[in-house]
Design a protein around this ligand. Structure first.
Ligand code: SF4
Ligand code: SF4
Length: 105
């Protein structure tokens, strides 16, 4: 069994079981990067540089989807909406949790 230590905000929600709605716990992106992040950051292991803690909502969000121009320097303003939509589709934002990680605190 592969074990890995990840660090998350103490107010982050507990990870749901796979198949339940994503709650922004951040576990998946703290552990390893998704294909899009590997393309952008050339990094396979987490935490993903685009994983952003949202203090007001007490959850994590994908920065590449929230504010693409911050992570893609040179992206023109007119393309940001399109980049946001494509990123959300690519990372399957809003779909069920697909992480099989088991958490031990
Ligand atoms: S996909 Fe799962 S592990 Fe990743 S943030 Fe959502 S709930 Fe957490
Ligand atoms: S790019 Fe977004 S979805 Fe992909 S690993 Fe980073 S934070 Fe997670």
């Amino acid at each position: 069994m592969h074990t890995q230590t990840i660090h998350l905000h103490r107010q982050a929600p507990p990870k749901p079981i796979a198949g339940q709605p994503c709650n922004g716990c951040g576990v998946c992106c703290a552990a390893e990067t998704c294909p899009l992040a590997r393309l952008r950051f050339r990094q396979r292991l987490g935490p993903c540089p685009a994983l952003e803690w949202q203090a007001d909502a007490h959850l994590y969000r994908c920065g590449l989807a929230r504010r693409p121009r911050h992570y893609w320097p040179g992206l023109p303003a007119w393309a940001e909406g399109l980049a946001r939509r494509l990123t959300r589709r690519w990372i399957a934002a809003g779909s069920a949790c697909d992480s099989q990680a088991c958490i031990a605190l």
